[in-house]
Design a protein around this ligand. Structure first.
Ligand code: SAM
Length: 322
């Protein structure tokens, strides 16, 4: 694929210094909130929670955090300033044509993945990228059944638009606690089995907005993340990993260590991932890639409901098994 630059973005996505979310994604979110009778509750200034531990948290997240999460993913995939073009290239390449199996971990209401698909669809609709047919088989994993239900409803609303632009999505949603590696192992096995049946060896694992989990919770799910990375590490597979988080402050300086252990596992590089109190350490005999280059970025996106530009920040890491 010819290289795509920030200056090629349509003005439905980027007008100087402000990111716009694709209109069909906004319509889908808004009509979902209206149908639930939750539209009047939209107030992004209320203090956020991490998402899905309870039905109330799942509800609050879909009302008030969905757009912000979608904006972070949209910004790093559009990359208007060409700051980390390898991320945009990876996404456009992996979802450009053919078939791909996408594992959405701690998927919640799917804000990140739905935003990524909507951006690609908008680029296709505006003829910025080719409209070749692509089949995306998504497995979304989260312990919140409520959040997964919202994911499926919003996907249902977007589906006709995605299809009309050649993006054929098959969504399987799996309620599962990632802290129980045995349960996740079964979900992951089915995911791989399905890919084998479809003779597909292209994979993308997406993680978006989970750094709200405390270090104990992250320690508990890290075995599942590494289990997925191990399964996708085979050289026979073409595996990519995309991880998008809000800016991680000093208090959460341990989060990048989790990025590193997943990257090293995916690349089959020997190391030890050690939990030390409320932080983590990586030990390896040889020098290992540290992903230190990932710098937080600030940006603005338009909140269409309040017609107001919102300041946000994001960090993204993307890596492959080779
Ligand atoms: C802030 S939400 C992010 C949702 C979505 N990925 C996004 O892009 O906005 C964090 C999600 O992590 C999920 N989560 C937290 N701990 C989990 C666990 N142990 N197992 C499965 N899901 C978990 C929560 O249910 C919640 O849906």
């Amino acid at each position: 694929m010819a290289s795509f630059l920030g200056k090629n973005l349509p003005d439905s996505i980027w007008k100087p210094d402000v990111l716009y979310l694709p209109e069909p994604l906004l319509e889908a979110h808004k009509s979902f909130l209206e149908e639930q009778g939750w539209w009047a509750e939209y107030d992004p200034n209320v203090h956020g929670n991490i998402g899905g531990a309870t039905a109330d948290e799942a509800k609050e997240h879909i009302i008030n955090r969905f757009l912000n999460s979608a904006a972070r993913m949209g910004f790093v995939c559009a990359d208007p300033m060409d700051t980390q073009p390898e991320v945009r290239e990876m996404v456009l390449d992996q979802l450009g044509e053919g078939q791909i199996f996408l594992l959405d971990l701690a998927a919640g209401n799917g804000a990140g993945t739905l935003s990524m698909l909507s951006l690609i669809c908008e680029l296709r609709a505006k003829k910025c990228v080719p409209k070749l047919p692509v089949n995306v088989h998504i497995t979304g994993v989260d312990y919140s059944s409520a959040a997964l239900k919202y994911y499926s409803e919003i996907m249902g609303k977007l589906d006709p638009w995605l299809k009309s632009n050649g993006l054929h999505v098959n969504l399987s949603l799996c309620p599962c606690d990632l802290a129980v590696v045995g349960d996740f192992g079964e979900v992951f096995e089915s995911f791989l089995d399905e890919s084998k049946r479809a003779s597909v060896n292209r994979f993308l694992c997406v993680i978006s907005a989970i750094s709200g989990i405390n270090s104990e919770g992250m320690g508990a799910i890290s075995d599942s993340l590494k289990h997925a990375a191990t399964g996708l590490s085979s050289k026979k597979r073409n595996s990519s990993w995309l991880w998008v988080e809000p800016h991680i402050g000093k208090k959460k300086a341990w989060v990048p260590k989790v990025f590193v252990t997943v990257n090293l596992t995916l690349k089959k590089i020997a190391h030890r991932f050690i939990q030390k109190g409320d932080t983590f350490d990586i030990k390896a005999d040889d020098e290992v890639p540290t992903l230190e280059d990932a710098q937080p970025r600030s940006f603005q996106w338009l909140d269409p409901y309040k017609n107001k530009a919102i300041n946000s920040n994001v960090i993204v890491v993307a890596f492959k098994n080779e």
